[in-house]
Design a binder for this molecule. Structure first.
Ligand SMILES: CC(C)(COP(=O)(O)OP(=O)(O)OC[C@H]1O[C@@H](n2cnc3c(N)ncnc32)[C@H](O)[C@@H]1OP(=O)(O)O)[C@@H](O)C(=O)NCCC(=O)NCCS
Length: 163
């Protein structure tokens, strides 16, 4: 079995288009439930500009999604990653990794300081994300789950604001 879904000819990662929105919402709702809307990350996304999104497709079905939002962290331009979700019946095949890789490529292309997210360190550490306890989100967040991937030279320190 291939280590990455990118090696499979049937999985396609593509920039999100406006026509994907309904399927993305359904996928994210299934992955996180309605409780997601209570989260600090969602408060930030409500006020930030969506700067990019990527969709994973299998046989014409949307099976994965991730979005990037424009933020500043301590005044440094950055992107905020999330939500990321993969359809339940196809998890573990590398689609999540491919979506994160697309985000990291995009962050490099945008030449921002780094990628910030609120998520599970055991999953995101494999991509190089590290705890960023000095990044101050606009609401409660477990500091162990606030993670940063350095793209430029900047550290993640200071208030996180929508941009
Ligand atoms: C997290 C998610 C996007 C990963 O997608 P995926 O396509 O299954 O990811 P990959 O195939 O690249 O990676 C699978 C590996 O990550 C591990 N993994 C998945 N979610 C994890 C988590 N929350 N914490 C730690 N490890 C996790 C799997 O056990 C698997 O491990 P293995 O490689 O040792 O077998 C997917 O599981 C999902 O949609 N989860 C529900 C939504 C969610 O929780 N998103 C945010 C996570 S903070």
């Amino acid at each position: 079995m291939p280590a990455s879904a990118a090696l499979s000819p049937t999985i396609r990662i593509a920039p999100e288009t406006p026509g994907d929105a309904v399927a993305v919402e359904a996928l994210v709702l299934d992955a996180f439930g309605p409780g997601r809307f209570a989260k600090t990350a969602e408060r930030l996304r409500e006020r930030a500009t969506k700067i990019a999104g990527f969709s994973a497709w299998l046989d014409g079905q949307l099976v994965g999604s991730v979005r990037l939002w424009a933020v500043t962290v301590g005044g440094v331009e950055a992107v905020f990653l999330g939500p990321i979700a993969v359809a339940r019946d196809i998890r573990g095949g590398g689609i999540g990794a491919d979506l994160v890789a697309a985000c990291i490529d995009e962050a490099r292309r945008l030449n921002v300081g780094g990628v910030l997210l609120v998520g599970d360190a055991p999953y995101f550490a494999r991509f190089g994300f590290e705890a960023a306890p000095d990044a101050v989100l606009p609401g409660p967040a477990d500091p162990r789950r606030v993670l940063w991937l350095r793209v430029g030279e900047a550290m993640a320190s200071g208030p996180v604001r929508p941009a």
